[in-house]
Ligand binder design. Structure first.
Ligand SMILES: Cc1ncc(COP(=O)(O)O)c(C=O)c1O
Length: 406
């Protein structure tokens, strides 16, 4: 692909739309009252997290696989992916009755590995990061003659993702700012190209993870720093370590108006917000746009559209994120107290907690911890509370019945 011309035309995006529209969902764009209240101007969300396969990636993959010649199809396809592209390629190949081999890093979320296998692809887990999986897939391409389906650096992939841009302009013609996460940059390139072709005045803002900010660094003419070998970002879908200069020069630098980065904490909070207020599940990368809108000064206009580009997230990660969100809001509290180790001590504390409407979720009793003197015991509670004031009230009610707070 590196040799190919990456350039696309608006016609290529319309042609992609024709090819894929019977198999992908026209995802809805809806006004978000809660986001608008928080921002002070109108915010719309496009629910691409509800797309077939749980992310936009099916669009590009389907456009690519269905454009292959019969002899190419006979060779089978190979792809490297942290997960969403994997599912897109696997399902597209299944639909076209083409063999698919997908290399995923060992760190890929379980849900993405399982779904890819469920679409009939052969999954090879290799390497700690997307980049290592990519190298391996390119070796297998040479060795076995498979057709490589690049996750972003391919005009057919970019045109497929660009169909989202057409939909945005149909669904919200008066939009003035569109926020799109960036991994390799295929998504934002297609969308920005489509949108700018229709209305050059619409601002397109890109969002990266602060742990993998390569494209942002290129954009700001900063040195591209090396990312940690194993990144732990929850935004695994946009964790591309080496930015592509060609993507940058062909698209990002031309059509993207601004790029910002967001932290995992900001993304977690956006995921929690989406669950609580919008009743929708976004994965880390899928919520990055909203995290940027809430935490960076983007100079947005009156009508902003945020693309929720994916929803594939492990349930146990959702549960951790929601727990942290509850702790932040004072609705879940860890409280450790030290009391005398006497019969009835625990009962008297739980009575106080009950009288103060603190629901006990967990209790742990510890008599051997080093911080304790003899005849002391430490009790750790996890409590359901209603907010910071409630926590203060509980602490003050407990004060006279404990030796100290740990
Ligand atoms: C949910 C999600 N958002 C955003 C991206 C970034 O897309 P691109 O690599 O085309 O920039 C990906 C890529 O896999 C993704 O899965």
């Amino acid at each position: 692909v590196e040799k190919n011309d990456l350039k696309i035309s608006l016609e290529a995006i319309f042609s992609a739309k024709q090819k894929i529209s019977s198999k992908v969902k026209l995802t809805s764009t809806e006004f978000s009252q809660a986001s608008s209240d928080r921002l002070g101007s109108d915010v719309y969300l496009k629910f691409e997290n509800t797309q077939v396969t749980g992310s936009f990636k099916i669009r590009g993959a389907l456009n690519k696989v269905s454009s292959l010649s019969d002899s190419e199809k006979a060779k089978g396809v190979i792809a490297a992916s942290a997960g969403n592209h994997a599912q897109g390629v696997a399902l597209s190949a299944q639909a076209a009755k083409v063999k698919a081999v997908i290399v995923m890093p060992v760190t890929a979320p379980l849900i993405k590995v399982q779904s890819t296998r469920a679409f009939g692809a052969e999954v090879i887990l290799h390497g700690d990061s997307y980049d290592e999986a990519y190298e391996h897939a390119r070796e297998l391409e040479k060795e076995k003659g498979y057709i490589f389906v690049h996750p972003f650096q391919d005009p057919l992939i970019i045109a497929g993702q660009g169909t989202i841009g057409l939909e945005i302009m149909d669904q919200l013609p008066e939009v003035d700012t569109v926020i799109v996460p960036i991994g390799g940059g295929g998504l934002i390139s297609g969308i920005a190209f489509a949108i700018k072709s229709k209305n050059p005045k619409v601002k397109v803002i890109g969002v990266q993870s602060s742990q993998t900010p390569g494209m942002s660094q290129l954009y700001h003419q900063e040195p591209v720093t090396e990312c940690a070998k194993r990144t732990t970002t929850i935004a695994d879908g946009i964790a591309v370590k080496k930015p592509s200069k060609q993507m940058f020069e062909t698209y990002i630098q031309k059509y993207v108006d601004q790029i910002v980065t967001v932290t995992d904490d900001e993304i977690s909070e956006a995921i929690t917000f989406l669950v609580e207020k919008e009743k929708t599940i976004a994965e880390g990368s899928g919520a990055a746009g909203l995290a940027a809108l809430f935490n960076r000064d983007l100079g947005v206009g009156q009508k902003t559209l945020v693309l929720l580009c994916g929803g594939n997230i492990d349930l146990n990660l959702v549960s951790q994120i929601l727990d942290r969100g509850l702790i932040r809001k004072g609705r879940l509290t860890h409280l450790s107290v030290i009391t005398q180790d006497l019969p009835g001590a625990l009962a008297s504390l739980t009575k106080i907690l009950g009288d103060n409407r603190a629901n006990i979720l967990e209790v742990h009793h510890d008599r051997v911890s080093r911080e304790l003197f003899l005849k002391e015991t430490k009790i750790d509670f996890v409590l359901e509370t209603s907010g910071p004031d409630h926590i203060l009230q509980i602490k003050s009610a407990l004060k006279d019945s404990v030796l100290r707070f740990a």
